[in-house]
Each structure stands twice: as structure tokens, then as C-alpha cells.
Design a protein around this ligand. Structure first.
Ligand code: OSB
Ligand code: MG
Length: 371
């Protein structure tokens, strides 16, 4: 496989409704869609880093820079056997997993297409449908707005609800939710907003809410204090931001920092390292599920392949973008059926088409990179 050209489409797609986490509010998504021209054909992939610098230090701008200056110079005019060789070439470059992921995934998509396999099958997937967990419920301005949005989600068939929380917006939504839905599957994601010492009272009182998991309560740099917390609570701690390399997964399982890992292939560097993390978790009795970054259907379809892997035990952040993004870029769109499931694409390669006219309409900046 040889790369001849890479086009970077910086896109902005408005959201139908704002989305807020502990580190920022979105009214649109800003991503880089990567169009890779190989000798063997064209592949689309997505860099899911967002501009906030709150989830990670990577942004669409750093992705464009690192691809041009550091990653592509290692690849131009080289014959590369596939994703594993790509990963060996870029792994020594420090950091920037979301940027590395867009080409790791491009190599996987191309390999799957050339082998006549779906991306799911090519990466070890074993399911034809996956459980959709729906979009998470962001931080709201009031209890009334919170109730309205939760009722709407449940009305549309959500089977589990994921709430974004932060200090000052935690007991309010949790108590409100549990008063109305005492039994429903519920989980929370703090996006590292709590401090083990400062917030110990809230953190150690979490079991009373009967949650499926408490996702990334503490700092993104931390694994140790998550282990101290997990020791004190029955609610499974789920790590997201802390796990961005297989090394972190090994460390986390060894010191029992979590019972669950949210596998976001992009946060880990792409499908190659994500698969390694999945296998480390499986071997150590740690459950997984597939999270998302509010991406377009291109990134989300790669996530659908991840969600088809054997140890993905909870509903995944794979859902219909219709009604959430003003428009999506793929055809056919992702659809959730009446059982709350999404079909894993079975066609060779990514398994969906990218609508290039729509891509061009939402492109705010376009760069062509060549050797
Ligand atoms: O931490 O999981 C996260 C969205 C953007 C950035 C980070 C996260 C999220 C989500 C959304 O939680 C997951 C979803 O699409 O429901
Ligand atoms: Mg998270």
C-alpha cells in the first residue's frame, strides 16, 4: 500500500441542539476528514479531535500540522504492508493518538476492502448487530430543561441514559433522574472534573444512585487515584481519557483502577492499538464498550466495527446522527432499530459511502498534501 496524496477537509457541521460537558459547550462539530489516495484506491477517515483542548491537547489544527510535518514524511513513496507496519512507523512519535488514528484506520479500511472483508470482520468483530447506547445527555442549564431532554430520549426508545456531570451539576440531575426512573440503566461521565481529595464526599457516595458505571471521575493524567476510589465503591469505575495507549490499559488492570474501559479507537491511536487494549482487558476480566467523540458517520462507522468485538459488554456510543447533527456525511445513514440495535455494515471496507457533495458543503478549509 502506497500513499500518493492526502487531502485534509476541515469541516464544521452545526448541531441541532447544543451539547455541554464539564469542559465546554458545542454548537457545532469541527473535525478533519482525511481523504487518502493510495495506489490501490481512495479511503476516507476522520480525525475526531475537537477544538476545545479540554478532552485532550489535540485539535483539528494540531492534527493537520502533525500529519503534514511528522507522519506523512514517514510514509510518502513507501510500500507499506498494512496497518501493523504503519503503527510500527508512527508509534515512536510521541503522543497525538487521534492524529495517528486517522491513518491507522485508513490502512485498516483499505486492507479490509482489498481482502473483500467488512472492517468489523477484518479487525476481529463477531457480531452482526451492536447495542446502541444513544447520545449522552449534556449538562443542562436547569432541572426543567434536563427533564425535557431525558423524557425526549426515553420517548425515542433509549434503553440506557448517560449523563454528563461536574461538581455543581451532579446530585441535581442524579436525584431528579432516580426520582422518576428508579430502575432504568443509568451511568455518568465526569470527563475528569473531580478531585480525589477535594470531592471525596461526593465520590464515595456514588453507590446510592445504582449506576452501571462512573466514567472518568478523576484527572486524565491519573490512574492511581482511580484505583484508590474503585477500592472504596462498588459502582464500576470506567476509564476513558486515562487510557490512550495499551501501556495504560496494562497498568490500570494491574492496579485495579477500573472494572470497565471505554474503548475509543481514536483516543488510543486507531484500530491497531485499540484492539490490543481490548485484548488486555479481555485477558484480565475487564469489560469494555465503545465510546464516541460526537463524530460524523465516517468516524462512527469505524466505531461500529469496534463495537462488534467480542468483549464489548455495554451499549455503545453508536447512534443515528439524524436529529443530532444538522447533516451527516455518509450514505446510508446509521439507523437504530426498534430493539435499540445498529446493523454492523457487511460490505467490504468501511461499508458505507461518503457523500462528497455534502462533505464539500461543510468544508471550511481544504489542503492537498503530496510528497
Ligand atoms: O467523554 O465520552 C466522552 C463526547 C465528546 C467528547 C468526549 C465524550 C463525549 C461523549 C459523547 O460522552 C458520547 C456520545 O456520543 O454519546
Ligand atoms: Mg467519556
Amino acid at each position: 500500500m502506497k500513499l500518493k496524496q492526502v487531502d485534509l477537509h476541515k469541516i464544521r457541521i452545526p448541531l441541532c441542539h447544543h451539547f455541554e460537558t464539564s469542559y465546554g459547550r458545542w454548537t457545532s462539530i469541527d473535525k478533519v476528514i482525511v481523504k487518502s489516495y493510495f495506489d490501490e484506491g481512495i479511503v476516507f477517515s476522520e480525525c475526531v479531535a475537537d477544538p476545545h483542548m479540554g478532552y485532550t491537547y489535540e485539535t483539528p489544527e494540531t492534527a493537520a500540522f502533525v500529519l503534514k510535518q511528522h507522519i506523512l514524511p514517514l510514509l510518502w513513496e513507501k510500500s507499506i504492508s498494512g496497518p501493523e507496519e504503519y503503527w510500527r512507523l508512527v508509534e515512536p512519535l510521541r503522543g497525538h493518538p487521534m492524529t495517528k488514528a486517522c491513518l491507522d484506520n485508513a490502512f485498516w479500511i483499505l486492507k479490509a476492502r482489498l481482502d473483500g472483508q467488512s472492517l468489523a470482520a477484518a479487525t476481529g468483530g463477531q457480531r452482526t448487530t451492536i447495542d446502541s447506547g444513544g447520545v449522552s445527555v449534556g449538562i443542562q442549564d436547569s432541572e426543567a430543561e434536563f427533564m425535557e431532554i431525558v423524557k425526549e430520549r426515553i420517548g425515542r426508545g433509549a434503553r440506557r441514559i448517560k449523563l454528563k456531570i461536574k461538581p455543581g451539576w451532579d446530585r441535581t440531575p442524579l436525584e431528579c433522574f432516580r426520582k422518576h426512573w428508579p430502575e432504568m440503566d443509568l451511568m455518568v461521565d465526569a470527563n475528569n472534573a473531580y478531585d480525589y481529595h477535594r470531592d471525596r464526599e461526593f465520590l464515595t457516595s456514588i453507590d446510592q444512585y445504582n449506576l452501571l458505571m462512573f466514567e472518568q471521575p478523576l484527572d486524565a493524567k491519573d490512574i492511581y487515584y482511580h484505583a484508590r476510589l474503585q477500592e472504596k465503591i462498588d459502582t464500576p469505575v470506567c476509564l476513558d481519557e486515562s487510557i490512550h495507549h495499551p501501556y495504560h490499559a496494562r497498568l490500570a488492570v494491574e492496579i485495579k483502577a477500573c472494572k470497565i474501559i471505554n474503548i475509543k479507537q481514536a483516543r488510543c491511536g486507531g484500530l491497531t492499538p485499540a484492539k490490543e487494549i481490548h485484548d488486555i482487558a479481555t485477558a484480565n476480566g475487564v469489560d469494555c464498550w465503545c465510546g464516541g467523540m460526537i463524530e460524523t458517520g465516517i468516524g462512527m462507522t469505524v466505531n461500529t466495527a469496534v463495537a462488534s468485538w467480542p468483549n464489548m459488554t455495554y451499549p455503545n456510543a453508536v447512534y443515528a446522527n439524524a436529529g443530532f447533527l444538522q447533516e451527516d456525511l455518509i450514505d446510508p445513514p446509521t439507523v437504530v432499530d426498534e430493539k435499540g440495535q445498529v446493523a454492523v455494515p457487511s460490505a467490504a471496507g468501511l461499508g458505507v459511502e461518503v457523500n462528497e457533495k455534502t462533505l464539500d458543503r461543510f468544508t471550511v478549509e481544504h489542503k492537498e498534501l503530496r510528497p
